[in-house]
Design a protein around this ligand. Structure first.
Ligand SMILES: Nc1ncnc2c1ncn2[C@@H]1O[C@H](COP(=O)(O)OP(=O)(O)OP(=O)(O)O)[C@@H](O)[C@H]1O
Ligand SMILES: [Mg+2]
Length: 396
């Protein structure tokens, strides 16, 4: 009997223990899922914090436009690096006018504040004399009470400068094309006039007109060719490949086509360059430099002039000098002659009719792409010397 009770009790205990074990197991499982859920939430929270930190540093450091956030009282809550750079000091906590010190921007802010229907204004403003800013101000209404103002300050100085340059370029090209096209129109009118052609002088007039036409076509062709080479060099479409190039043969090949023109003017071109100098150059482009400068020397020198091309060198560089005894360039014009389309006093230059003012701009760009420099010395009435420097090949 006692044995039976004992057996019964031990069965009850075993079952009880089993139930307890199963309960503990279930609790442990649910605890595990809870812990997992908790750590996932924590992870997400962490990644959100990390993401907002990332966003913050993008706004502050990476974005190239100035960003300023103002509270409802127009105090600066946030200013990124670019905005602080424009203001030239820390801005947080200050009013807009105290931090940017710009009346125009302040007036723009007032416009958004005062006009409820307007949530955004934009204006192009001059900032500190030489900076052009595209200013946008947005109103952010988070709730009835919470209003923020976001300022975007975009520096468009370079963009505007490029726009002006492009406009000037088009003006210049149109201006340069005006004369040859007018001439060509006149030629066409004459060629279309039977009375003139049948007249006694008809043949002579025809010959004259054809030579006018040829000259005008020459101007247009030169303009197109020079514009093309300038854009090729500036855009880097055709990269300049520097190779060891013997200097003397390169210069001789550049001036060879100019000898007949010099002979027409009873001018001499003398080349005095040692034949062992080797420079780093892209021969095709460098010949262009020598040709442009020497062509000027011929154009702007009187009959019987002498043009002399020499070279001096130090350990690293060679400097080529192209000297003429021509009309010279006034001192106040010297800094401008390398600009595109720039020509000294247009009435002065007898040879101006066959030039567009691009020759020296092209020469400057080419020399700079070679890592060298180009400059000029001149005295009115006495003559001009152009210099350019190049790297020497010292390997042999
Ligand atoms: N050797 C020189 N002597 C005097 N004036 C010069 C000389 N070289 C250049 N100039 C002046 O500089 C200006 C600019 O020269 P540049 O070679 O760029 O243009 P250009 O000769 O008028 O036209 P292009 O070279 O396009 O045919 C010339 O118009 C001229 O007024
Ligand atoms: Mg020229």
């Amino acid at each position: 009997m006692g044995m039976q009770i004992l057996l019964f009790l031990s069965i009850i205990i075993t079952i009880g223990l089993g139930i307890l074990y199963l309960q503990a197991l279930r609790q442990a499982r649910s605890l595990k899922t809870q812990i997992e859920a908790y750590s996932a939430a924590q992870k997400e929270l962490l990644s959100r914090v990390e993401f907002s930190e990332l966003l913050d540093s993008v706004l502050r450091e990476v974005i190239d436009d100035g960003i300023v956030v103002l509270d409802a009282n127009q105090r600066v809550l946030f200013a990124n690096n670019k905005a602080r750079e424009l203001a030239d000091h820390e801005m947080v906590g200050e009013s807009l006018i105290a931090s940017l010190r710009h009346r125009g921007i302040d007036e723009l802010l007032l416009e958004v504040i005062e006009h409820d229907e307007q949530s955004y204004v934009q204006q192009l403003l001059n900032f500190n004399n030489n900076i052009k800013l595209d200013v946008q101000i947005h109103r952010l209404q988070k709730s009835k009470r919470e209003t923020f103002y976001v300022l975007l300050l975009r520096d468009v100085t370079a963009l505007k400068r490029a726009e002006v340059a492009r406009r000037e370029m088009v003006d210049n090209i149109t201006h340069e094309l005006n004369t040859p096209i007018t001439t060509m129109n006149l030629v066409v009118e004459t060629l279309d006039d039977d009375d003139i052609l049948r007249s006694k002088k008809g043949h002579k007039i025809l010959k004259e007109k054809i030579s006018d036409l040829r000259r005008s076509l020459g101007v247009v062709t030169q303009l197109i060719e020079e514009m093309k080479i300038l854009s090729e060099i500036q855009s880097g479409v055709l990269p300049i490949l520097l190779q060891p190039t013997p200097l003397l043969p390169m210069i001789e090949s550049a001036i060879a086509p100019l000898h007949p023109l010099a002979a027409d003017h009873q001018q001499q071109i003398q080349v005095e360059i040692p034949d062992d100098i080797i420079v780093y150059a892209h021969a095709y482009y460098l010949e262009r430099v020598v040709k442009n400068i020497t062509h000027n020397a011929i154009k702007f020198s009187p009959e019987n002039g002498i043009i002399c091309i020499t070279a001096t060198q130090d350990e690293q560089m060679v400097t080529v000098a192209i000297k003429d005894n021509g009309i010279g360039i006034p001192a106040d014009q010297l800094p401008r002659i390398f600009e595109r389309f720039y020509q000294v006093d247009r009435s002065r230059d007898r040879a101006r009719k066959n030039g567009t003012g691009l020759g020296l701009a092209i020469a400057k760009h080419i020399v700079q792409k070679h890592g060298g420099e180009i400059w000029v010395e001149s005295e009115e009435g006495k003559g001009t010397t152009f210099f350019f420097s190049l790297y020497k090949d010292t390997s042999s």
